[in-house]
Design a protein around this ligand. Structure first.
Ligand SMILES: Cc1cc2nc3c(=O)[nH]c(=O)nc-3n(C[C@H](O)[C@H](O)[C@H](O)COP(=O)(O)O)c2cc1C
Length: 180
């Protein structure tokens, strides 16, 4: 099973990347072939000016592992009550309308504030819903992520960490069930 974890911001050394790297280890421990794709590596400079219908090698290379993945896990930080612009740019440079059709997708929201990325995840889910993805219903939200997340041990709140483990195990079952 091949899972790509999308770290959903182009901020350098982001918290999203830290959470994604932790999740990669968690999935690998459960036998999943998991890798992180960092939106900081999206070849933004190659699409300035709106190159939507053009063949761009760097874009093809960046999106290929996403298109081939059995499943995607998005780690989405809250920026101005929504998801980072780079994520929409990334989606808009996937093949339309087929890219996410029947793709199993799960979400972890993170935020500096109290709502743990609920808003950006739900807004992103509207896009993925429109694109006919299979969205895993158990979502996890990490509030005050700078204080509440440790790169070695995960979420400091015990109950939240249990939810994260539950999501991880449940998502693997969900992907397997859809594959059958
Ligand atoms: C441009 C920008 C906008 C932000 N807007 C919000 C916001 O609306 N609500 C919130 O709780 N935190 C907000 N934050 C804080 C981020 O949610 C927090 O720093 C982030 O989740 C940490 O992850 P990152 O390092 O991956 O960005 C914002 C941060 C940035 C850079």
């Amino acid at each position: 099973m091949n899972l790509k974890i999308i770290s959903g911001t182009d901020m350098a050394n982001s918290k999203a990347l830290e959470v994604s790297t932790y999740l990669k280890r968690l999935y690998q421990q459960l036998g999943v072939d998991a890798e992180v794709i960092d939106m900081a590596d999206f070849p933004l400079s190659d699409v300035v000016g709106g190159k939507y219908m053009e063949e761009i090698q760097s874009i093809n290379e960046f999106r290929e592992p996403v298109l081939k993945a059995d499943a995607l896990l998005f780690v989405i930080p809250e920026y101005n009550g929504s998801f980072p612009g780079i994520l929409k740019m990334f989606i808009d440079y996937l093949p339309y309308p087929s890219a996410l059709v029947e793709k199993p997708i799960a979400y972890v929201g993170i935020a500096g504030g109290a709502f743990g990325g609920l808003r950006p995840v739900e807004q992103f889910q509207m896009v993925a819903n429109y694109l006919n993805a299979h969205q895993f219903p158990e979502r996890v939200f990490i509030s005050r992520v700078h204080n509440m997340f440790d790169s070695e041990t995960g979420i400091k709140d015990e109950f939240q960490q249990k939810l994260l483990i539950s999501q991880t195990e449940g998502f693997i079952k969900f992907i397997k069930a859809l594959k059958r």
